[in-house]
Write a protein that binds this ligand. Structure first.
Ligand code: BGC
Length: 268
């Protein structure tokens, strides 16, 4: 893959101030895209990501918006268009967990997770798609009129005790992604998901903070290591690039084999 594979392209990465989003933003910039780094809290983290991109010669800006808020999202896209002119790549990454046993799960926990993880992806995708449809394909930039990558999870297919809201949100992302992909393929808009397994980010610190917890987590990963955010960043660049031009509607599992029913390696 050429070093500047995405040059001339404009990308927006939601939740890009930490974890997977921050790495994806930096990788897209390394590949030549101008990147809008969305955040909702911790502006200094977003500025750090922007700073790192600029220091390595890339183009970036930070944009504050709560992706679950329609007005915020529309304002963010307006700002993006004012500054960057258009959008070619949307990485629908922002996501949260609010975990609780099912009988104790508050409506607030349910709504918060669904609003950010699912409604947030809908709201951002809708604004991006309007612009993709308006602008169409620019052959010098990309074969596609636009690319959306939804950050899903292995939990779009793996049920998860004490995380019903999170698993439901990711199951929803899967059908949102596939329905968009089906509807928008004739317009040359590609929509895909990356489904990370356990990646070292702030979201799962407690699941790997002690040696015992880490050992228990590794039992679920046949490949024998916890993922790094770079594992996802590299895949995102490729999936957004024209090298992946014939891929749409796919859930790409990047999980060290977590979805391979590792329990069956010794039983069944
Ligand atoms: C969750 C992490 C978890 C991983 C594997 C992700 O979607 O956010 O907390 O470690 O799935 O279970």
């Amino acid at each position: 893959m050429g070093k500047k594979h995405l040059s001339g392209q404009k990308a927006l990465v939601t939740g890009a101030n930490s974890g997977i989003g921050a790495t994806v933003a930096k990788e897209l910039a390394k590949a030549g895209a101008a990147v809008a780094v969305n955040y909702v809290v911790n502006p200094e983290e977003a500025q750090r990501v922007v700073g790192e991109i600029k220091e390595s010669g890339g183009e970036a800006m930070a944009l504050r918006a709560d992706v679950s808020n329609e007005d915020h999202v529309q304002m963010m896209f307006r700002e993006m268009f004012t500054r960057f002119g258009t959008i070619d790549i949307l990485i629908n990454n922002a996501g949260i967990q609010r975990d609780a046993p099912f009988a104790e799960m508050s409506l607030d926990y349910w709504n918060t997770v669904i609003s950010v993880n699912l409604t947030g992806q809908f709201l951002c995708a809708r604004e991006a798609v309007k612009e993709f449809l308006r602008r169409g394909v620019v052959p010098d930039v990309s074969c596609a009129a636009g690319k959306i990558i939804c950050m899903s999870s292995v939990h779009e297919v793996i049920p998860w005790t004490n995380h019903a809201n999170y698993a439901a949100s990711k199951g929803g992302v899967m059908m949102l992604m596939k329905s968009m992909a089906q509807e928008l393929a004739p317009r040359r808009i590609r929509v895909n998901s990356i489904c990370p397994g356990a990646i070292k980010t702030p979201i799962n610190v407690s699941a790997r903070s002690t040696p015992e917890a880490e050992k228990a987590l590794l039992k679920f990963i046949p490949y024998g290591r916890i993922g790094e955010t770079d594992d996802i960043g590299r895949v995102a660049v490729w999936l957004a690039s024209d090298d992946a031009d014939y891929i749409t509607g796919a859930s790409l599992f990047v999980d060290g084999g977590m979805t391979l029913y590792p329990g069956f390696s010794t039983g069944g």
